[in-house]
Design a protein around this ligand. Structure first.
Ligand code: AMP
Length: 225
């Protein structure tokens, strides 16, 4: 099974993706994480992607598609996987289906009010070493400026600066939101309220996916509980 997590920047896809991936035993494939790793490693691809990312714009479909193709052909994705941050537009969604035809899929959109997204993204810090994510309002580190996990220094993502946040939300509306209609038309779409605690949102997503798995035995075979 392929689980696609849709939702604007700051909606909690990364956090929920980790929890859902643990629940069903599917790896989480985050194109944002893969790209940031490439940027940090100064690979050719990372160097190409960096300026688009820093400006809040989408990296070219060719680059992202190649990264996804490589990642989902790995052995651990054979039974299923969860996508976070991909597809980001209709063309990527169509390419994904061509890449792997016939894989059953479900798209879950995490919906959060615009004002709250801006608040969340503005309060986000990440560890420069292990990439653990914090939020100064709801999940601050125990010691100011230091990671709870590895004591690394906490930094703001370059694309979490106010003007870049505004650009990313604009790009989301224009490029990514049309995926809602795309998956609705295929009868594979479900929306959840992304407000409330992490646990509240997790239970909403899991109860939908549990029901989807119960209804479609073909999906269930692929999930480990
Ligand atoms: P994210 O961590 O998902 O917010 O992604 C961070 C940035 O990586 C985005 O603002 C884009 O510049 C780039 N990116 C991530 N996923 C994609 C994608 N599927 N298509 C194009 N660009 C992407």
């Amino acid at each position: 099974m392929r689980i696609i997590l849709l939702g604007p920047p700051g909606s909690g896809k990364g956090t929920q993706g980790d929890l859902i991936s643990q629940r069903y035993g599917f790896p989480k494939v985050s194109t944002g994480d893969i790209l940031r790793l490439a940027v940090r490693g100064r690979t050719d691809l990372g160097v190409k992607a960096e300026s688009m990312m820093n400006r809040g714009l989408l990296v070219s479909d060719d680059i992202v598609l190649e990264l996804v193709r490589r990642r989902i052909s790995a052995e651990d994705c054979r039974r299923g996987y969860l996508l976070d941050g991909f597809p980001r537009n209709i063309s990527q969604a169509e390419s994904l289906e061509k890449l792997e035809t016939g894989r059953p899929e479900r798209a879950v959109e995490i919906q959060v009010d615009f004002d709250l997204l801006v608040q969340r993204l503005s309060a986000r810090l990440v560890c420069g070493q292990c990439q653990a994510v914090y939020n100064l309002n709801v999940q601050p580190p125990r010691r100011e400026g230091a990671c709870d996990v590895c004591s690394g220094g906490l930094v703001r993502r370059k694309d979490d600066q106010p003007e870049v946040i505004a650009e990313r939300l604009k790009v989301y509306k224009k490029e990514t939101e049309p995926l809602r209609g795309y998956y609705q038309a295929k009868n594979m779409y479900h929306a959840v309220d992304g407000q409330g605690t992490v646990q509240d949102v997790y239970l909403r997503i899991a109860s939908y996916l549990d029901a989807a798995l119960a209804e479609a035995p073909g999906l269930k075979d692929e999930a480990r509980r």
